[in-house]
Design a binder for this molecule. Sequence first.
Ligand SMILES: Nc1ncnc2c1ncn2[C@@H]1O[C@H](COP(=O)(O)OP(=O)(O)O)[C@@H](O)[C@H]1O
Ligand SMILES: [Mg+2]
Length: 510
Amino acid sequence: MDAAQQVASLGLDEIATLDFRATAEAEQLGQELKEALGFGAHYQAARLAIARSLGVAAAPPEVASDGRRAIMGKILFGSGAELAAWVSLLVEHAGRAPQDRQELQGWVRAHWARGMRLLHSVLQEAGGEAGRFWRLIGKAALPQGPAGDAPAADRPEPARPAQGPVALRLGPVSEDLATGEAIRWVANAPGGNANAAFMGASGTGKTRCVTGILRELRAAAGVPLLAFDFKGDLTDGPTALDKAFDATVLNPVQQPIPLDVLALADPSPTTITLAAQRLRDSLGTLKGAGFGVNQKELLAEAAERALRQHRPCGLPDIRDSLVRLYEERGRKEDGAVATLRELSRLPLFAPTLAPAAFFARSWIIRLPADLPDLVKVSVVTLLTDALDRHANSLPDAPTDATGHRSLRYAVLIDEAHRILGVRLPGLSGLLRVSRSKGGAVFLSSQSPDDFSGEEDEFLDQMGLVLAFRCNADPGAVRRILGPGRDLAALGRGEAWLRIGGERTRQLRVW
Ligand SMILES: Nc1ncnc2c1ncn2[C@@H]1O[C@H](COP(=O)(O)OP(=O)(O)O)[C@@H](O)[C@H]1O
Ligand SMILES: [Mg+2]
């Protein structure tokens, strides 16, 4: 009981008599849980929630103490060894002992709040039925064996300790074309950026190259992957990302993506407003949607109302809220409402998993050509927004003694030109937070021109740029790789390479 001894300054006797208070939201959800599951006392739902949150590796976000009811330590956690075990778990999760009683109360409250939300979404998935709820909880808590019989989607990725340098080969050859020197990309180099851009004409080897690098990344850093597959070739024999990442492959039109996609890290008014504005920016700029200034403001307000009232909140909630708002304002339904109606007609998301659980696993999202653009872009937008929010709620990724940052997740948008024409606020946000949160976002596109039109200079956030043969606008090439680089003259398996701020070199990939 090392951890329990660390808090000896606080003392188990003292903790036993401390008051612990939930957030108002956790109190409310706890009440629902207590009724649905037939608990006799409040502490039972609270314990279950805290335990559920302790099962999530990331630190829970801090929350306000706005609950009305207090539960004393010895009721909430029991006494003696039982109390010591709970305190040990809390200390182990935080990685250190609390400085004072307020900090311990804050940790408990944060786990309580996060856990209640997780339990609540399970309860919803179970349709409020106790038997189904326990089965789902049991499944979520299954131990992770190497060859479990649970499907991949039910096994969370194991948490990893801080990594050393993650040095990756760039293709099977990975040599300087001029000197033959072996080239490795240290994706998590100190102060560097693990994002990467791949460009080149169709058939030049981008997909093979990027998937090869991702497989190396998986082997070296064990990160989970979120990949968008527009061509259906990320699961082919030579690429086989599904096998390398133990990923679940989904087509959202046939099978909803099991994510509470609009979940917020905390329910504060500021968070809700920011999320509503992000949604306005994301949905309001969808190709063909053409929202005007007034429509965008109405969408933001409708989204804010829906996010405040519904948890989980889905696109149908936002649609209904927008329709009501239009009625209130005596405004005739227009393209904005039509877009929301069209989007929410398909159940693209189901709020089964909270973001922490969802993004701990690997997913390949199929978005084949026959899906409407609106659907494709919305799925990418909503998922990147959700990952951006989730990444921002995490503490900064740890670095090793020499400054190599631990990598936590990888994202792949192969054939990004299908979406780069649209401004994606979540994507630029994701590229920006990669550095501190340990993200690696890989984008591939047919031409450097595709990266040019962005306001948020995508390329400034790239630690690696690899350009295969293509006929690109010379201006774009100069901006990305410097003067005198001829992409049209490259042979098979050759590429121009830029790593961080280093000079541009020619690389033999294969
Ligand atoms: N590492 C490699 N080794 C051998 N051939 C390759 C390699 N990478 C690409 N190729 C060849 O290039 C073709 C196209 O590769 P692909 O990755 O699908 O290109 P892109 O994604 O740029 O359209 C492959 O079918 C294969 O013939
Ligand atoms: Mg390809």
